[in-house]
Design a protein around this ligand. Structure first.
Ligand code: CAO
Length: 417
C-alpha cells in the first residue's frame, strides 16, 4: 500500500520534543524522515531519563519512531557540503534550534531558498519572530506559563499550575505538522514554490487557551463568570481565575470521589451536568423529586447549589468504583469518564486494539509501549517501527547523496559524520 506522504523527503533537524513530535507524525504517514544529529551525542533525549544503562531512553524512542538517523557535524566544511546536497534533494527542513542557530550554521532561509526554491523550512521557536521575547530559549513549562495555560490551571487558592499534557511541546509540533502539510499543498498549486513556516510555542499554547481569552472578555464586560466555582459565592478580580475542575463550556462538571478514594488517589470520575440530561441524572442518582422541583429544574436555579448537588452525587458514588459508576451512568446518557491512570491506559484493551497504545520492537531495548497514531484513516494502517540508533542510516543516506565509499570513509575520518 502506498502511504500518503511517500516520496516526501524531510530533513529532521529537531530535538527534544516539540520538533520530533511533528516529524514523527509525518514519518508515520509515509514521509522519508532523516533525523540529523551531532556525531557522538545525538538528540539529548537519547540519554535523558534513561531506564536501561547505555540504551536510548524511552524519551527518545517514543518521539522518533519510523525515522532514519544521519550523524552530521554541520559546523565542519564537509558537514556543510553534505547538508547542502541534502537540501537540494529534499522537500522539507524542520528545525527547533534555539533562536538564530540555523543562521549561525550558515543556512539562512535566503540561502536555503537559493539552494532549493521548492524547500519548505519549518521552525518551532518559543516566541514568534519580532516578539519582544524572541531571543529566549523555551521548554514546555515555560511555554505553558507564557501562553496563558498556567495562570488559568489549578485551584483558586493555589499557585499557577502547568498541565501534564505537552501543550507547549507536542501541541506545537502538531501545529507545525498542519503548517507543513498546508505548505506542501500550496507548493503543488503554485508551481513548486516553497515557503517558510513558523510556529511559536507561546502561540500554540494560547490557541488551546482560546476559551480563556473568551472568558477574559466576558469578565471585562460583566464582572463574573457563571461556570467558574467562584460564582456566585466567591469573588472575581479583573483577570480570569483558576477554575479547578470546572467544565470550560456551558455544562457544569467536576471530578467526583468514588469508592476507595481514601486510599486510591485516582478513584474519581468526571461528571458533567448536561442541561438537557437533568432528568436522567436525577433518575440515575435516585433523586427523581428534583426533576420537577423549581429549586433544581433549571440550570440557573441549580447554579448557587451546584457543589451541594455534586456532594449528593458523591454520596451516591460512595459504594461504586469509578468503572461501576460509569457503567451505570452511560445507560442514562450522562457525559462522564473514569479518571484513568497511565497504568490503566497502558493495559486498556480498546486502546491496544485500535493501535493507540502499541508495542514496538527496538534493536537494543526490546519491546516497549508507545502512543500510536491518534488519527485513524480508512485507507491507511499506520505501522509504528522502532526509533533508529544514532547514525544507523548515515552511510545509506550518504550513498543516496552520491558519495562513494571512499568519500564516505573520508567523511568519517574527518569526524564530519
Ligand atoms: N552539528 C553541529 N552543531 C549542531 C548540530 C549539528 N548536527 N545540531 C545542533 N548544533 C548546534 C547548534 O548549531 C547550536 O549552536 P550555536 O548556538 O553555537 O549556534 C547548538 O548546537 C545549540 O543548539 P540549541 O540552542 O538548539 O540547543 P540548547 O540545548 O542550548 O537549547 C532548546 C535547547 C530546546 C531550549 C532550544 O533549542 C530552543 O529554545 N528551541 C526552540 C524552542 C523549542 O523547540 N523548545 C522545545 C524543546 S522541547 O521541550
Amino acid at each position: 500500500m502506498t502511504k500518503p506522504l511517500e516520496g516526501i523527503k524531510i530533513i529532521d533537524f529537531t530535538h527534544v520534543q516539540a520538533g520530533p513530535a511533528c516529524t514523527q507524525l509525518l514519518a508515520w504517514y509515509g514521509a522519508d524522515v532523516i533525523k540529523v544529529e551531532r556525531p557522538g551525542a545525538g538528540d539529548v533525549t537519547r540519554s535523558q531519563l534513561r531506564d536501561i544503562p547505555g540504551v536510548d531512553a524511552l524519551y527518545f524512542t517514543m518521539l522518533n519512531s519510523n525515522k532514519k538517523s544521519l550523524t552530521l557535524d554541520t559546523k565542519t566544511p564537509e558537514g556543510k557540503e553534505v547538508l547542502t546536497r541534502l537540501i537540494k534533494q529534499s522537500d522539507v527542513l524542520v528545525e527547533n534550534f534555539g533562536p538564530g542557530a540555523l543562521d549561525r550554521m550558515g543556512f539562512t532561509w535566503e540561502h536555503i531558498r537559493e539552494l532549493n526554491p521548492g524547500m519548505i523550512v519549518a521552525s518551532v521557536k518559543g516566541f514568534s519572530d519580532g516578539h519582544h521575547y524572541e531571543d529566549l530559549k523555551v521548554y514546555e513549562n515555560v511555554a505553558q506559563c507564557a501562553g496563558g495555560a498556567a495562570s488559568t490551571t489549578g485551584f483558586d487558592d493555589g499557585p499557577p499550575t502547568v498541565s501534564a499534557a505537552a501543550l507547549g511541546d507536542s501541541n506545537t509540533g502538531m501545529h507545525l505538522a498542519i503548517g507543513i502539510l498546508t505548505a506542501l499543498h500550496a507548493r503543488n498549486r503554485n508551481g513548486g514554490k516553497g515557503q517558510k513556516v513558523a510556529v511559536s510555542m507561546q502561540d500554540s499554547v494560547l490557541n488551546l487557551c482560546r476559551v480563556k481569552l473568551r472568558d477574559q472578555q466576558r469578565l471585562d464586560r460583566i464582572g463574573y463568570l457563571e461556570e467558574y466555582p467562584q460564582y456566585p459565592h466567591g469573588k472575581f478580580s479583573d483577570v480570569v481565575p483558576r477554575g479547578g475542575n470546572a467544565g470550560g463550556g456551558g455544562q457544569p462538571g467536576w471530578v467526583l470521589k468514588c469508592k476507595g478514594w481514601e486510599t486510591d488517589p485516582n478513584a474519581y470520575i468526571y461528571f458533567t451536568i448536561q442541561g438537557h440530561a437533568w432528568a436522567p441524572i436525577c433518575r440515575a442518582i435516585g433523586k427523581p423529586e428534583w426533576i420537577e422541583d423549581p429549586a433544581y429544574m433549571t440550570a440557573s436555579a441549580r447554579q448557587d447549589k451546584i457543589f451541594d448537588i455534586f456532594a449528593t452525587i458523591e454520596a451516591w458514588l460512595a459504594d461504586k468504583t469509578k468503572f461501576e459508576a460509569v457503567n451505570i451512568l452511560r445507560k442514562f446518557d450522562i457525559p462522564c469518564a473514569p479518571v484513568m491512570t497511565m497504568k490503566e491506559l497502558a493495559n486498556d484493551e480498546s486502546l491496544r486494539a485500535s493501535g493507540t497504545i502499541t508495542e514496538v520492537d527496538h534493536k537494543e531495548r526490546g519491546k516497549y509501549l508507545t502512543v500510536g497514531s491518534p488519527i485513524k484513516f480508512s485507507d491507511l494502517k499506520v505501522e509504528i517501527t522502532g526509533s533508529p540508533l544514532l547514525g544507523e542510516h548515515t552511510n545509506e543516506v550518504l550513498e543516496t547523496l552520491g558519495y562513494s565509499s571512499k568519500e564516505i570513509a573520508a567523511l568519517h575520518a574527518a569526524s564530519a559524520v
